[in-house]
Design a protein around this ligand. Sequence first.
Ligand code: ZN
Length: 232
Amino acid sequence: MSTPPTATNPPLVCWSCHERALGTHFCSSCGKLQQIPHSLDYFALFELPKKLWIEMGALEQKFLQLSWKLHPDNFVNASEMERELSLKRSSELNDAHRVLRDPVARVEYLLATLGARKEGEHKQQAPPELLEEVFELNESLDELRDAKSAGGDLAALKVRLSGAEKTFQAKLAEVDSELFQAAAQWDAAIDAEFAGAKNQSERDAIKKQLNELLNRRSYIRNLVVNVQKELV
Ligand SMILES: [Zn+2]
């Protein structure tokens, strides 16, 4: 994923020895800890390709290794610059780890780095295939709220809402499985690209699908959370 240096992307020069510093974290010339280049996303920070399946054991191992290398304790006697960099880079590493270990956050992040994460224009609007069930659910929620404020009988309403909650939990599981299928397609497209295939339009289609699935997922998740709040 090396991009040729341009005016906006100058070659990285070590702040300490002023050599071109090509290491991801440390200068390959003098060994000093480097600033985080803007082009370094979370995948690159872990030296991973921009793929969505990550082997968790390897991720954890790399995380421990980097945590140890970048840890502020190693820089107690170093210059102020290095102590600051160590703090910054350790915190960046923790952010990267938190995102990459979560399969959904990982998709969100990948799309964001590719400029392809677009939340729906009508965030509050139900996906068409869910319209009817969402309408019923909202009715049940209204009834429950009315019954709560009027001191009515809640048991039957709560049973109905619990049923609806299960239905939407199942839909969430469906969306997740579609999401992970699309993620696998993305990885296959990246592998094909490494092998020399030109597949820009295929990748664009997968990005669009991942984005739509994330929107559907977040809509359904909000519904489930709202129902759970009322059922407490
Ligand atoms: Zn250097």
